[in-house]
Design a protein around this ligand. Structure first.
Ligand code: ADP
Ligand code: MG
Length: 582
């Protein structure tokens, strides 16, 4: 075939495929236009998963009558005028492609009125051509109706999933914008039923309570740059948002959402930064919840990487990463509470009901999504109570009362009873101490008067050879000594002499496991701390218990061991009062 220019209809359809992948992409583009037009009230309606109809109505600026047709032309935009503008984009749209693309693959109608016009404009566009134009009464703002999406692109139509799946994608899009724009009131009507509404109060937490449920919202901790005295006023990146208490963890990464200058983005390195910040606070294999909003100079980020703009490029990725991690870590240390016991419920509940709903939001578990939706609608606009200022990041001073089952230390604090798991607590204390000593290059070592021979299995021996350097950094001086014996000359100061062979063998067994069991924090240190820590079953003297509790009080992260298990449970006075019916 000779080379030919494609007729515009075909070229437009091809280009449309990049922007409009599925009904949710239409919703995304129309909602972005509404927000760019300054709307504070945005109503979204979808029928049959959006393939029958999508309608987005806003109370924004409207389109002036003389520009209405132009809005549907490809590369027609009111948002940038020059290449320089591209470097400092403050609007969500700027490519001037959305309306043209949508109109190429559906039947669109537009009703709009700008403040300067008396009468509104109504346009019908079919297959990219205007087929009707007339003046019509209209409130200020814009309503775009998209019908029969992909009616002329059968290939795309075939790839659409069940209505429920497409509806769930639409709900995800709407909820993301509701989170990014808490001052705007969003409502989503699905097949005639109101399924989501954000309060438009301007408070992010109010929106999160609607999206994730009230229970989850009470377990979110605010990330606020104002809490960071070290942050320079001209910092390149400001990190806002909410993160979950460690106990609000999940089995997948979908609880983490990121926004850059109010644009939802997907970014693996940001997710990694957050996970890192939770180091040693989560059970292994679990992931935190985090809704992180980054603000930065638009020149610091390139949003023009992909037509849907959900991937961005940072000019300085490492500083964005570091600032995010620092903000999350700071919040956790300052605010993560000691888990309080709820009688009759497991304290470290992995997934609460509302975490479950969060899963449906992002994983499209449709059955639960439906129930979640109805709840969200029935619940009144929710105001989350102020949480008491958890400024005390460390444990309060505790008075040891005794030991229970050779496993737990019972202590009294300013607000009730504390139960401390002696093994987990000692593990935390040892881990912190070893890490601090290692960082300062001053490991407290216990030299043995006589080298101690320890018999090892061949596997333990080969693990020893592989980890010798790392063990040495923690205070072990061990020399492989022919065959299956090694000579121990020194161990970390905390290891009791009588325990040396067991500690060494258990440590090597765990380090040699294939694949290695995930441990948060520094692995070798965590494994040594775990095996060298006092065990359950050991009777402790009152002095030993007091010393351990005091050391735990000093920790920056006293509430979990490096495996993420809780070290402390708290039975508050109010819980006791309630349970005793006083
Ligand atoms: P872009 O958003 O990239 O500029 P679009 O194709 O989405 O491109 O929209 C084209 C133009 O139409 C916008 O630049 C804007 O001027 C106008 N427009 C579209 N939707 C709205 C709306 N809801 N309210 C006001 N103006 C709108
Ligand atoms: Mg747009």
């Amino acid at each position: 075939m000779p080379i030919r220019l494609l007729p515009p209809e075909i070229a437009n359809k091809i280009a449309a495929g990049e922007v409009v992948e599925r009904p949710a992409s239409v919703v995304k583009e129309l909602v972005e236009n509404a927000l760019d037009a300054g709307a504070t009230e945005i109503q979204i309606e979808a029928r049959e998963g959006g393939r029958r109809l999508i309608r987005v109505a806003d109370n924004g600026s409207g389109i002036p009558a003389r520009e209405a047709e132009l809005a549907f032309a490809r590369h027609a935009t009111s948002k940038i005028a020059s290449v320089e503008d591209l470097a400092a984009i403050r609007t969500l749209g700027f490519r001037g492609e959305a309306l043209a693309s949508i109109a190429a693959v559906s039947r669109v109608s537009l009703l709009t009125r700008a403040a300067e016009d008396e009468v509104g404009t109504f346009l019908r566009v079919e297959g990219g051509h205007v087929t009707l134009r007339e003046g019509r009464a209209s409130p200020r703002g814009t309503t775009v109706t998209v019908e029969n999406l992909f009616y002329n692109v059968p290939a795309r139509l075939k790839f659409l999933k069940a209505d429920a799946t497409e509806s769930a994608h639409i709900a995800n899009v709407v909820m993301r914008y509701a989170i990014a724009f808490p001052e705007a009131r969003f409502s989503l009507v699905r097949d005639g039923r109101l399924t989501f509404q954000s309060p438009g109060s301007g408070r992010l937490l109010d929106v999160l309570a609607k999206v994730f449920g009230a229970d989850t919202a009470t377990r979110l901790l605010p990330v606020d740059p104002a809490d960071d005295p070290g942050l320079p006023p001209d910092a390149a990146v400001r990190v806002h948002g909410y993160i979950g208490e460690p106990s609000l963890n999940r089995s997948d990464r979908d609880g983490m959402m990121f926004f850059v200058n109010r644009r939802w983005v997907q970014d693996r390195s940001l997710a990694y930064a957050v996970i890192q910040a939770y180091q040693t606070m989560l059970p292994t294999g679990r992931f935190p919840m985090a809704i992180i909003l980054l603000e930065m100079d638009p020149a610091e980020v390139d949003v023009n990487v992909h037509p849907t703009k959900s991937e961005v490029r940072f000019r300085s990725p490492s500083s964005v990463f570091a600032e995010t991690q620092r903000a999350v870590r700071r919040t956790l240390i300052a605010r993560a509470p000691v888990p309080e016991m709820q009688v009759g419920q497991p304290t470290v509940s992995a997934d609460s009901g509302s975490a479950e709903r969060f899963r449906t939001l992002s994983q499209l578990g449709l059955e639960a999504q439906r129930t979640g939706d109805t709840e969200a609608v029935r619940a009144p606009v929710f105001a989350v109570p102020e949480r008491p200022d958890p400024a005390a990041r460390r444990l309060p001073p505790l008075r040891v009362l005794g030991q229970l089952a050779q496993m737990y230390i019972i202590a009294e604090g300013p607000d009730g009873l504390y139960l401390i798991d002696q093994h987990a607590a000692h593990e935390r204390v040892m881990y912190d101490r070893l890490m601090a000593q290692k960082a300062a290059d001053r490991v407290a070592v216990q030299q043995l008067l006589q080298p101690m021979p320890v018999e090892l299995t061949p596997l333990q021996m080969s693990t020893l050879e592989e980890t010798l350097g790392e063990l040495a950094a923690l205070g072990f001086d061990i020399e492989p000594f022919g065959g299956e014996t090694c000579l121990v000359r020194a161990v970390p100061a905390d290891v009791a002499a009588g325990d040396i062979p067991t500690v060494l063998r258990d440590t090597l067994n765990e380090l040699g496991q294939e694949p290695p069991p995930p441990v948060q924090g520094h692995r070798v240190t965590a494994v040594v701390a775990c095996h060298a820590a006092i065990r359950a079953g050991k009777i402790l003297t009152p002095e030993e218990m007091r010393a351990l509790v005091e050391q735990l009080e000093q920790s920056d992260l006293p509430r979990t061991c490096p495996h993420g298990r809780p070290t402390v449970l708290h039975l508050s006075m109010s819980l006791l009062t309630r349970e005793f019916g006083r």
